[in-house]
Design a protein around this ligand. Structure first.
Ligand SMILES: [Zn+2]
Ligand SMILES: [Zn+2]
Length: 418
C-alpha cells in the first residue's frame, strides 16, 4: 500500500519543523488576541458552491466531493473561510455585536497537479475578523500577516495591496474594463474569453502571457472608487504607514467574486527568486449575507504552511533544533537496576525534563552508544554498586565531567545540571 498521490507522511526531522512553525504561529495569534476555531474537515457541498462560487477553478475542477452512505453530497474543505463563516452564523456569534477575531489551522483538500511544495492535502492557517467594516480591521489583518512572516524569519516580506471597491463602484469599473477588453477579445485565452462575461475581474490575474499583455494598459479599480471606498482605502494605507509596513499598490490584484469588497492584498517575499504570494486575503463584506439574513462585514487572510516550511528550510531557518533532543539519558548498567532507572526517569520527568531510557534491554555499551547518537547533554549511569550506596554517576557530556551524586539530589535535578 502507498499513500495516495499528492499526500504524504510527515515525520522525523520534518515534523519538528512543522511543530516549530505551528507553535510560533499559535503564540503569534495570541499577540493579536485571535481565538482558535476548529471547524469540520468536511461540509455540505452546497456551502462551497455558494461560498466560493461555482465559476472558480476550485469548485469546477479541484474539490473532493462525494456522496456519503446517506445520499448526502459532502465535500472535503478546499479552504477555511467558508467553514468559519458557517460556524459564525450557526453559533450566532453575531449576537453580542462585537468584532469576532477567529483563527484556524488545518488540512485542506484540492485535486490539483502535485508539484514541489504543493499537495492535494495541504495545510493552511488563517484569520477572520468579522463584524466591522472599519479600515482599522483591514490594517490589523495585514499587520498580523506581515509581522508574523517577519517573526518567522522571512526576508524582504512585502505587501501588495489594492482596493476593488464596493458593489456600487465596481459596476462602473466592470463596464470600463469590458470596454477596454472588447477589442482584444480574440487575443484572450480560452478561460478569459469565458470569464469575460461571467467574471471579468479575473481576467486581470490570469497568468497566461497573452492575457497579461492585453491587460497591461487596463483601467485601474482605484480610479473608479466611490468616495466611501476611496476614504476607506486611504485610511488602510495610513494605518500601514504608521506601522512602517512596506506595501506596493498593485492595480492588477483582484478577487473574482462578487462578495469581495474594497481591500485585497497578498504577502510576497523574493526569497529564492520566488515571486508567488505566500498568503492572500481581503475584505468580504457580502459573503455572510449570502447565508444569513443580514450583511455582516468581514476581512481576513489565509497562508499555506507547506511552501512556507519549504522556504524556511531552504533559507536555513531550522538550523537550530536543539530543543528536540532529550535532556537526560538514564543508563542501566545491568538488568538488576531497571526498576531504579524507571523510578529515576519518572522523578526527572515530573520536574519537567525530557528523559530517554533503553526499553529493549540492551547492553550498557549499546545504551551509551545511543546516548551519544542522541547527542544528549546529561547522562545518568545507574549501577548496582552505586544503588547500594544510594548514589548514581552523573556525566556532563558537554563539559566531559563526571561525578557521583546522591539519589536524594535528583529531586532537584535542575541544580545539578546548571
Ligand atoms: Zn464603493
Ligand atoms: Zn487568460
Amino acid at each position: 500500500m502507498r499513500a495516495i498521490k499528492g499526500t504524504r507522511d510527515v515525520f522525523g526531522v520534518e515534523i519538528r519543523k512543522w511543530n516549530i512553525v505551528e507553535n510560533r504561529i499559535l503564540e503569534f495569534m495570541r499577540k493579536y488576541n485571535y481565538e482558535e476555531i476548529r471547524t469540520p474537515t468536511f461540509e455540505q457541498t452546497q456551502l462551497y458552491l455558494r461560498g466560493i462560487g461555482d465559476e472558480t477553478d476550485i469548485v469546477n475542477k479541484e474539490m473532493y466531493t462525494f456522496i456519503d452512505k446517506g445520499g448526502r453530497s459532502i465535500t472535503l474543505r478546499p479552504e477555511g473561510t467558508a467553514g468559519v463563516v458557517r460556524a459564525y452564523i450557526e453559533n450566532k456569534m453575531y449576537a453580542d455585536k462585537t468584532v469576532k477575531k477567529l483563527f484556524y489551522m488545518g488540512s485542506m483538500f484540492r485535486q490539483e497537479r502535485p508539484q514541489k511544495g504543493r499537495y492535494r492535502e495541504f495545510r493552511q492557517f488563517g484569520i477572520e475578523n468579522i463584524g466591522t467594516e472599519e479600515s482599522l480591521a483591514d490594517a490589523e489583518v495585514i499587520a498580523f500577516a506581515y509581522n508574523l512572516y517577519k517573526a518567522l524569519g522571512l526576508k524582504s516580506v512585502k505587501i501588495e495591496i489594492n482596493s476593488i471597491g464596493c458593489q456600487e463602484c465596481r459596476k462602473k469599473y466592470l463596464k470600463a474594463l469590458k470596454n477596454f477588453l472588447k477589442p482584444h477579445y480574440n487575443e484572450l485565452c480560452e478561460n478569459c474569453q469565458r470569464r469575460f462575461e461571467t467574471n471579468t475581474l479575473r481576467v486581470l490575474d490570469c497568468k497566461n502571457p497573452k492575457c497579461k499583455k492585453v491587460t497591461e494598459g487596463a483601467p485601474s479599480t482605484i480610479d473608479y472608487l466611490c468616495d466611501g471606498c476611496k476614504r476607506h482605502f486611504k485610511a488602510v494605507l495610513h494605518y500601514l504607514d504608521i506601522q512602517d509596513i512596506p506595501y506596493v499598490v498593485n492595480n492588477r490584484l483582484v478577487r473574482g467574486l462578487d462578495y469581495y469588497t474594497r481591500t485585497v492584498f497578498e504577502v510576497t517575499t523574493d526569497m529564492l527568486g520566488s515571486q508567488n504570494a505566500i498568503a492572500a486575503g481581503g475584505r468580504y463584506d457580502y459573503l455572510i449575507g449570502m447565508f444569513h439574513s443580514e450583511e455582516i462585514p468581514a476581512v481576513g487572510f489565509a497562508g499555506g504552511m507547506d511552501r512556507l516550511i519549504l522556504l524556511m528550510d531552504e533559507e536555513g531557518l531550522f538550523d537550530d533544533m536543539e530543543g528536540y533532543k532529550p535532556d537526560v539519558f538514564v543508563v542501566a548498567v545491568n538488568d538488576d537496576v531497571r526498576d531504579e532507572v524507571v523510578k529515576i526517569s519518572g522523578l526527572l520527568r515530573e520536574q519537567g525534563f525530557s528523559v530517554e531510557t533503553d526499553l529493549a534491554m540492551k547492553s550498557l555499551k549499546s545504551q551509551l552508544r545511543r546516548a551519544g547518537k542522541l547527542n544528549v547533554k546529561n547522562v545518568l549511569i545507574v549501577g548496582p554498586d552505586e544503588i547500594a550506596k544510594r548514589v548514581v554517576l552523573y556525566k556532563n557530556m558537554e563539559k566531559h565531567s563526571q561525578k557521583e551524586i546522591d539519589i536524594e539530589e535528583l529531586k532537584n535535578f535542575k541544580r545539578i545540571v546548571e
